[in-house]
Design a protein around this ligand. Structure first.
Ligand code: KG4
Ligand code: ZN
Length: 347
């Protein structure tokens, strides 16, 4: 089965064609980040309008790259949620229009299931079962995964997501949106052990996360530094704070992953979502899993953040099992991952 995947949940327009026999045939991505930078974050209405501009040209681009005509596509998958409602609507209406025009089935895919399954596009994909750590701009979740759609939520953030904490802390340090990669970059110049940030909710049992306190801790540290330096945050102090912040977030995630693996008895850990591009997080988790006799799996960098390939892949698994949506243009800005039906009959 050959599936065209469409991702428009936030500020990236992603298109891809995945073939169940031949793998990923083509993908194309347009990031709106430069357009949102002056506003310090994503402006939903601007995001929707830009998806309208980019979606059809990118569709043509992947069709050409994959050497496909409309009749070579068996089905269409689009991100139906969670995400920004206007942005989702652009992808949903385009997908449904193509589905009608081409007379091919169409399926609304869960964005976080797309992230969760993204490592399946790599050369050595993880086998089921595994524990997944989903770390994006909107979600921080630990899930036990028995198969596609067989998800048990082990823990999640009770306030800010890990990526959101990176973005908000970066903003306080006058770093551009999205802040995660900028914090990681300047942390490389930081002085180890200059500051120690708290590891929230690690000293009590359970697998939930809370990152909003870290943001306040960052703000207080910045203010103290400025107070001691005539109101100026020096480059070195900024790097030192970025390093301490990154260490605190990563250490917290590592502690909870270890706990989740012990609790479930699993030996495989999947990390996915934008924050899984963080090299320090990958390194620390690899060391941890090595010590436990297990392995870590993650997508290539470009498939950690939002992309069309993960939607084409996830859609293909469900469409191959006979799941498809009706002709309604339907999106779900809020949509628990655990509401998804299981897939028992994949190709
Ligand atoms: O998965 P994603 O592209 O979008 C959502 O579904 O939210 O994730 C974006 C998030 C942003 O918060 C961004 O700052 C973060 O991923 N991110 C990183 C890194 N690269 C992206 N955070 C830390 N280190 C990175 N290298
Ligand atoms: Zn995402």
């Amino acid at each position: 089965m050959r599936v065209l995947g469409i991702e428009t949940s936030c500020d990236e327009t992603g298109l891809a064609i995945y073939d169940s026999e031949q793998g990923l045939l083509a993908h194309a991505l347009y990031s709106q980040i430069d357009m949102h930078i002056p506003y310090g974050g994503v402006v939903p209405e601007l995001a929707s309008r830009d998806h309208v501009r980019k979606l059809l040209p990118l569709t043509k681009e992947v069709m050409t790259k994959a050497n496909c005509q409309a009749e070579d596509i068996d089905a269409i998958a689009y991100t139906a949620g969670p995400g920004l409602i206007g942005a989702l609507m652009v992808g949903a209406s385009t997908a449904q229009a193509l589905s009608l025009a081409w007379d091919k089935p169409c399926l609304g895919v869960h964005h976080m299931e797309g992230h969760l399954l993204a490592p399946m596009l790599e050369e050595t994909p993880p086998e089921f079962p595994f524990v997944a750590l989903l770390v994006s701009g909107g979600h921080t979740q630990l899930i036990e995964v028995q198969g596609i759609g067989q998800y048990q939520m082990l823990g999640e953030s009770i306030d800010d997501a890990a990526g959101e904490a990176f973005d908000k802390s970066a903003k306080m340090m006058d770093l551009p949106y999205p802040g995660g990669p900028h914090i990681a970059r300047i942390a490389a110049q930081g002085t180890p052990d200059k500051y120690t940030f708290p590891r929230p909710m690690t000293n009590r049992p359970g697998l939930d996360f809370s990152f909003s306190g870290l943001k306040t801790f960052t703000l207080n540290t910045i203010e103290a530094e400025k107070g001691a330096n005539d109101g100026v945050l020096t480059e070195q102090a900024r790097a030192d704070i970025a390093l301490a912040f990154q260490e605190a977030v990563v250490d917290t995630l590592v502690i909870k992953c270890k706990r989740a693996l012990k609790q479930t008895g699993q030996k495989r850990l999947v990390i996915a979502g934008g924050v899984s591009a963080n090299q320090y997080l990958r390194q620390q988790l690899e060391n941890t899993l090595k010590g436990m006799g297990g392995s870590v799996y993650y997508p290539r960098n470009e498939f950690c953040t939002d992309n069309g390939a993960m939607i084409a892949y996830a859609g293909c698994q469900r469409l191959s099992a006979g799941q498809f949506s009706d002709k309604q243009i339907k999106v779900q800005p809020r949509w628990p991952l655990t509401d998804l039906p299981p897939v028992t009959d994949t190709e």
